[in-house]
Design a protein. Structure first.
Length: 415
């Protein structure tokens, strides 16, 4: 007989499982199982086209699944069997695929791998990669398997950044994402990562066809004029530690991070030398040699003022917790606030290094000696492979010319 809703509702549970089979010849093997608990479940029995064994697949519980819907599902399943598909095996394979999918590396895993790769090479950009991972990329996208990330997904990340007017930051995020996917593509063939990474199954780089927001980054052009230098030197609109950090950058011509992360152990005031270790230099991947910065009376006066102000035993410019040095962002924020309060034309802490280079040139110092004072890597064969002279004598003389001329420019104003 054909099953009816009433017959299924009236079926009483017994001590053991029993089945009510549907006499509807349209879909053979269809019926309902009645369990001792009273649960009634639709099923379809069939002979597997793969191994010839009798099998049974569940089609849902009554009454959550109606008899009509169960018959439709049974007809679809029977059609699959007739075309050579075993629904039990297909379900098992689907579960296996989903489990394997969960083991695939996500975009978050890929960016973590890229940041770790940068950290192994001592690259400071690793911190920025970790920062943009949490700030600029939606959690849902980070959780997606990396090989499923599309060009449109990348555009969905970059477009809001660019539309906020942050074109260069948008291009920076794009560059990090592109480099991360390139690493994911090649990690299996790299001795560093072979067998140590998740399976990303990346076959192409979805960032490769995404255009940049700007054709090229504008080159830094800003340097402070003599009047602006005098204004900055005597300002009271900055906190004392941040003011002293800016003055030390200008007075030494060194990089912002080299100044902010400096430790007192690097300074020998008796010998009037600041020895920046090779591992703290920007070109540390090309040389392990320290950079020797000669100090004059002006620098020593600044250092004494810094010591009196911050009083930290290890760092010249400690963080608020005292557990490490100040970060570049904190100085950048201070400068931004200072510009708003002073009305001075916009500049960044890095522009003070360019100011040193420019103004020292106007004082008659050659480009070569300015480059050596600032620790620029010289790329000619002689400098790279043969010249091991430290030029300290020449640098001392040049730094003295610089500080004396700077003092004249400041018209004798005190620190």
């Amino acid at each position: 007989m054909s099953l009816t809703d009433k017959a299924i509702r009236d079926a009483k549970p017994k001590e053991s499982v029993y089945r009510l089979r549907d006499g509807n010849v349209v879909c053979r093997g269809f019926g309902v199982t009645v369990a001792p608990s009273g649960t009634k479940t639709f099923f379809l029995s069939y002979t597997s086209p793969e191994d010839g064994k009798r099998k049974q697949v569940s089609l849902g519980a009554f009454p959550a699944v109606s008899l009509r819907d169960a018959r439709l599902k049974a007809a679809e399943t029977r059609k699959s069997v007739d075309t050579g598909i075993d629904p039990v095996a297909a379900k098992r394979d689907g579960i296996a695929r989903r489990m394997a999918q969960r083991e695939l590396g996500t975009l978050g895993d890929l960016l973590d791998l890229y940041a770790s790769d940068l950290e192994m090479d001592g690259k400071r950009t690793a911190k920025e990669v970790r920062r943009i991972t949490t700030k600029d990329i939606p959690p849902a996208l980070l959780a997606r398997p990396a090989h499923l990330v599309t060009r449109d997904d990348i555009l969905d990340v970059l477009t809001p950044i660019a539309q906020r007017g942050k074109l260069i930051h948008s291009d920076n995020v794009r560059a990090y994402l592109r480099a991360a996917f390139e690493l994911g593509l090649h990690a299996p063939s790299m001795t560093r990562w072979r067998g140590r990474t998740k399976d990303f199954q990346i076959t192409f780089n979805p960032v490769a066809t995404v255009r940049k927001s700007v054709s090229r980054k504008p080159r830094g052009q800003r340097n402070l004029s003599p009047d602006e230098i005098r204004t900055l030197w005597q300002t009271t609109l900055l906190t004392r530690p941040m003011h002293l950090a800016l003055l030390l950058i200008l007075a030494t011509g060194q990089r912002v991070e080299e100044v902010l992360e400096a430790t007192w152990s690097e300074f020998d005031l008796d010998q009037k030398i600041w020895r920046i270790p090779g591992e703290r230099r920007k070109n540390r991947n090309k040389t392990a040699e320290p950079h020797l910065v000669p100090l004059t009376y002006l620098h020593i006066a600044l250092l004494q003022a810094i010591k009196a102000e911050t009083g930290h035993s290890a760092f010249l410019f400690p963080s608020r917790t005292g557990e490490g040095p100040r970060r570049y962002d904190s100085l950048n924020h201070s400068v931004r606030r200072y510009i708003g309060a002073s009305g001075l034309a916009s500049f960044s802490p890095r522009d003070l290094r360019r100011t040193f280079k420019t103004v020292a040139g106007s004082f008659g110092l050659s480009l070569e000696i300015r480059n050596r004072l600032q620790g620029h890597g010289l790329s000619d064969v002689g400098s790279v492979h043969y010249d091991r002279y430290d030029y300290l004598t020449e640098k001392r003389a040049a730094m003295l010319v610089w500080t004396r001329s700077l003092r004249r420019l400041l018209k004798g104003r005190k620190l």
